[in-house]
Design a protein around this ligand. Structure first.
Ligand code: B12
Length: 219
């Protein structure tokens, strides 16, 4: 029996070598050994991603390599998603998207995938989304939270508009507003300046924050 640490090393090596078939094999072999999918997400994929993020922060990884790695991680998570036992009812619906004028999509897609794995119903609007669109969609699908990814400082600053719309429509209590992305990781108090209810530094923390703020069965 091989433990998750061995698969973690195999997965990370494959990731750093940009070798998608080898990364897939590590995940498939681990599943064939009956390691629980949730354990593989936490101990294999997520810890490998943290290593990669540390290297990215030290500028050891180029942008194009980062892009390929994020796609490999997304593919692994989508495979694991199929193997994770789902709660009998969705834990709640959330709307996610990237801020207007912002074309960075990798972090948002990872957060969306982690939330789906955790049992939330996720409506992903994609990139460059207007503030009003977030609120309109949240109302229309009865979402309990709006999650916005912003990687550029100026697109993050504009998110105060979401709080203004929520307040004007008296939706502050019903719909939580959560942000994430590089500017919020760089300045740990910035989320408050844009009127958010919370931020999270990574996809695992995003799940914990959403659980804390909204989790209860509502479809
Ligand atoms: C890859 C990348 C790109 C790619 C994006 C590819 C794509 N399809 O997504 C491309 C090449 C397109 C790009 C373009 C640009 N980029 Co760029 N990019 C990056 C880079 C290197 C990595 C971002 C990334 O994908 N990381 C990997 C993912 C997995 O991590 P993440 O996004 O941080 O997401 C995690 C957390 O932040 C969190 N999270 C993310 N979103 C959310 C949302 C919620 C709700 C929650 C709770 C959590 C959460 O969880 C995620 C998973 O763990 C960053 C550097 C950085 N440090 O972020 C620069 C960076 C964001 N880019 C930057 C810039 C300047 C640009 C350009 C303006 C460059 C140019 N001159 O054209 C353009 C802007 C285009 C536009 N209008 O959007 C700057 C922004 C600086 C600033 N002060 O605003 C950065 C910080 C680089 C730098 N140090 O200068 N970029």
């Amino acid at each position: 029996m091989t433990d998750s640490e061995t698969y973690r090393t195999q997965f990370l090596d494959a990731l750093l070598a940009l070798d998608q078939p080898r990364a897939q094999r590590a995940i498939q072999d681990a599943l064939a050994e009956h390691l629980p999918a949730q354990e593989l997400i936490d101990r294999v994929v997520n810890t490998a991603l943290e290593d990669v993020r540390a290297k990215q922060t030290n500028l050891d990884i180029t942008l194009s390599r980062m892009y390929i790695m994020a796609r490999i991680v997304e593919d692994a998570l989508n495979r694991l998603l199929l193997a994770v036992p789902r709660p009998p009812e969705p834990l709640g619906t959330v709307v996610i998207g990237t801020a207007r004028g912002d074309y960075h999509g990798l972090g948002r897609r990872l957060v969306a995938t982690f939330l789906r794995v955790a049992g939330f119903k996720v409506v992903d609007l994609g990139i460059s989304i207007e503030n009003a669109q977030f609120v309109n969609m949240a109302v229309s699908v009865k979402a309990r939270a709006i999650l916005v990814s912003a990687l550029l400082i100026h697109t993050a600053e504009e998110l105060i508009g979401i709080r203004e719309i929520l307040r004007a429509r008296d939706l502050d209590d019903e719909i939580k507003f959560i942000v994430g992305g590089a500017p919020f990781n760089f300045d740990p108090e910035f989320w408050q300046q844009v009127g958010a209810d919370a931020m999270a530094r990574n996809a695992t923390d995003a799940v914990a924050v959403v659980r804390r703020l909204i989790a209860q069965p509502n479809g």
